[in-house]
Design a binder for this molecule. Structure first.
Ligand code: AQP
Length: 336
């Protein structure tokens, strides 16, 4: 029996942080052997907010190198750049014409990001979820491993697929495959170091709010030393009054690969003065091998390019087939 397919991606905007790693990439690494896995650098998404054309290409290389450094294995997975496969843009247009505007206007991420953009908010930002739907549906993905913040976009993808299938397919021959979200129990929502009630995010103006995968030991140590805590004695998970405590313990659990029971037993009587150095050491140790491998890969640009060239070839084969199927279903005059 052939393997189910997985598709996911990260935007080349800014530095990857522990939220991107623990909420997404680390889970990809864990499941990749069991699926036919496609991971893309979603550079078309990166220009839905103002971007710097001087750094976009380099940032794209960086994310691809980080995928490899985090453990994405080419034996099981395909890594490619979204804009290298033009079917993403073309399917987005077709889906745009089928998606009701009010479905997009109620997306939480759009509302949150639009507020920050003011008058300059682009049509692209509103359309972000349709592009994401195209990404997923092009690859007939069965599963989409993402953090909790992308759940609503996944639901929209499913709604779009249902609409296309109802309008242009039949029960026996649906045009598009229905994908399911795959959201990890722990790490699905890593929170900011400066506010345990908002998610760790690349666009937070404060560097102190996140730990980046490429942060130096010094910087990691400084950020954890200054992160927000509370005055309660002892450390506990799942206390809604202590979001920072829950977040920091969860980070420790994930980065040390210990169970919740083990972390509870180890940390329940600790104070912050004892726990913070422990979390610092654990974070530095967990990130070191990723950082070493990353710099090695970034130094070999020829290798990185060959990975992305081969990835594009594989991705294009699948994506173009789906695009043709959709165009046929919509009644387009085929090429002759
Ligand atoms: N804090 C988080 N906790 C868990 N998962 C997270 N993800 C992002 N933040 C967290 C997951 O990372 C994947 C890639 O995200 P992205 O780069 O495509 O875009 P994003 O969600 O917009 O990332 P940021 O850091 O949150 O950027 P901004 O600040 O622009 O909003 C996704 O699977 C996401 O769920």
């Amino acid at each position: 029996m052939s393997k189910q397919r997985v598709l996911s991606g990260v935007q080349p905007t800014g530095n990857l942080h522990l939220g991107n790693y623990l909420g997404a990439i680390r889970n990809w690494v864990e499941i990749q052997q069991d699926y036919d896995s496609f991971f893309c650098v979603v550079d078309l998404h990166a220009i839905t907010v103002p971007h710097n054309p001087k750094t976009l290409a380099e940032d794209t290389y960086k994310i691809a190198a980080l995928y490899l450094a985090c453990g994405i294995d080419l034996q099981y997975s395909t890594i490619f750049v979204q804009s290298h496969v033009t079917a993403h843009s073309e399917l987005t247009w077709l889906l745009n014409c089928i998606t009701p505007l009010n479905w997009l206007e109620r997306m939480i991420q759009f509302k949150e990001k639009a507020v920050k953009q003011g008058e300059n908010v682009s049509v692209g930002l509103l359309d972000y979820p349709v592009l994401m739907a195209a990404d997923i549906l092009l690859y007939n993905a069965d599963k989409v491993p993402v953090g909790e913040d992308q759940k609503q976009h996944l639901e929209l993808t499913r709604d779009i697929a249902v609409r296309v299938n109802d309008k242009f397919g039949t029960k026996k021959t649906p045009v598009l495959k229905m994908p399911d979200p795959m959201i990890a129990k722990e790490g699905a929502r890593v929170m900011s170091l400066t506010d345990g009630t908002s998610k760790m995010s690349k666009s937070d103006p404060s560097e102190m709010s996140r730990i980046n995968l490429l942060d130096t030991p010094d910087s990691i140590s400084k950020k954890i030393k200054r992160c927000k805590t509370d005055l309660v004695k002892g450390l506990t998970f799942d206390d809604s009054e202590r979001p920072e405590c829950n977040n920091l313990l969860t980070l420790y659990l994930l980065l040390s690969n210990k169970t919740k029971e083990e972390v509870t037993a180890e940390c329940q009587d600790m104070g912050w003065g004892q726990f913070k150095p422990l979390l610092t050491e654990t974070t530095i140790t967990a990130l070191k091998p990723i950082q070493d491998k990353y710099y090695e890969i970034m130094d070999d640009r020829g290798y990185l390019q060959s990975v992305l060239r081969e990835g594009r070839r594989k991705a294009e084969t699948v994506a173009n087939e789906t695009l043709s199927r959709v165009k046929n279903a919509l009644g387009y005059l085929p090429l002759f």
